[in-house]
Design a protein around this ligand. Structure first.
Ligand SMILES: C[S@@+](CC[C@H](N)C(=O)[O-])C[C@H]1O[C@@H](n2cnc3c(N)ncnc32)[C@H](O)[C@@H]1O
Length: 373
């Protein structure tokens, strides 16, 4: 029997019900789940009973009782994984990616020089992760001095990249992003923009096909409508095609505001979070912010409050956006040059970082093309 069969048999014994699916190594994506036969829409593929979860209700008491009551569930689950060397979870644990697997994609494990060159939204997520990990590690290392930092970091990343949103009345006191559960088999679904339907109750988590699937076709779960900066920072990959991808423009716009302009945008709750995507040459927030530089106060207010605009002011905004994006392309080239010159970290880390910047460059140049047509 191979490790996939071991896991399927083990999961069956834990009460997991699976139907019409196979585990398969997928090039560049670790293990994934594929259709074992043609599947119809509405078929239940997987039901995982709550007793098989790793979550608040199933953490062994000899672990949870030693840690402070207000410790994050993320930290608690990571501690359980780090201490878990019992053989009854071995078939599940054996399928986890290794620490070197994480090193390739996970910015939290990259050298500082590469972290510093991440796009701003990814860097912001990374800084939050660093803070949360350090907070959790400070607590756990005092209670369990035998766990090494490396082992804890690895376990913490497993929880970070493999858990599902789950809540029960008892878990509702936890922050929204800390209502977590790890589930055998379900943690092998890879991500795509859209995927199968998921639902949960106190008793179980259920995965149901959203459409028909061909035999051998990979079945995805959507981890959410995330940009590639988010996917990179949290999960260590970027999608080639991502309908939710966006380029952040705050760094281009915010430093150009004077105090009065900044206050005006703040008053109307339009300060920051400016993006462009494949469809829009700047979201509505961006359009509002740009008008503050090149329209009269009256025009700006009419647009901001009532979305009333003239062709003339849109033309002025487009000219300004072309200038800003042109400069941004120059900065992107500079960043790509720096990444190429760096000789730190792994080649695959540098490649992934450069790939993300090239995606940003493509979105910016496509917008420039659209604006000049
Ligand atoms: C919940 S796990 C999915 C199972 C995973 N492939 C495995 O081998 O264990 C999430 C991880 O799978 C990988 N992954 C998921 N979706 C992916 C995708 N579309 N492209 C590349 N890697 C993906 C990433 O490494 C991510 O952190």
């Amino acid at each position: 029997m191979n490790t996939h069969d071991d896991l399927l048999h083990w999961a069956l014994a834990k009460g997991v019900q699976s139907n019409g699916i196979l585990l398969q190594a997928i090039c560049g994506r670790g293990v994934g789940i594929v259709a074992a036969r043609p599947l119809e829409a509405g078929e239940v593929l997987l039901t995982v009973p709550a007793e098989a979860f790793r979550t608040l209700h199933t953490v062994p008491k000899h672990i949870s009782r030693k840690l402070p009551r207000d410790i994050s569930l993320h930290a608690l689950l990571a501690t359980w994984l780090a201490l878990d060397n019992r053989s009854d979870f071995a078939p599940w644990n054996t399928m986890f990616p290794t620490l070197p697997d994480f090193e390739a994609g996970t910015p939290l494990l990259w050298p500082e020089e590469l972290q510093d060159l991440l796009p701003k939204p990814a860097k912001d997520i990374l800084r939050k992760q660093q803070f949360k990990f350090q907070r959790d590690w400070d607590i756990v290392s005092k209670t369990f001095p035998d766990i090494s930092r490396e082992k804890y970091l690895y376990s913490w990343l497993l929880v970070n990249s493999r858990s599902f949103y789950y809540t029960t009345p008892r878990m509702e006191k936890l922050p929204h992003d800390d209502r977590l559960a790890l589930m055998p088999l379900a943690d092998l679904f890879n991500h795509a923009d859209s995927g199968i339907e998921t639902s949960f109750s106190r008793q179980s988590y259920t995965f149901t096909t959203d459409r028909a699937y061909r035999e051998g076709e990979e079945i995805h779960v959507s981890y959410g409508g995330h940009s590639n900066d988010f996917l990179l920072a949290e999960y260590g990959f970027v999608l080639a095609e991502n309908q939710f991808d966006a380029v952040y423009l705050d760094e281009l716009i915010l430093p150009r505001l004077n105090k009065e302009q900044e206050d005006a945008l703040k008053d109307k709750a339009f300060l920051g979070n400016y993006t462009l995507d494949r469809e829009t040459p700047g979201c509505f927030r961006t359009q509002v912010a740009l008008r503050i530089f090149c329209c009269t106060r009256k025009e700006w207010e009419r647009f901001t409050d009532a979305e009333v605009d003239s062709e003339r002011s849109q033309r002025r905004v487009n000219v300004l956006l072309v200038q800003l994006l042109g400069r941004f392309v120059g900065e992107i080239h500079q960043t790509l040059g720096e990444i190429e010159k760096l000789n730190v970290g792994l080649e695959c880390q540098r490649k992934l970082l450069a790939q993300r910047w090239k995606q940003i460059e493509t979105m910016v140049t496509q917008t420039l093309k659209r604006l000049s047509n």
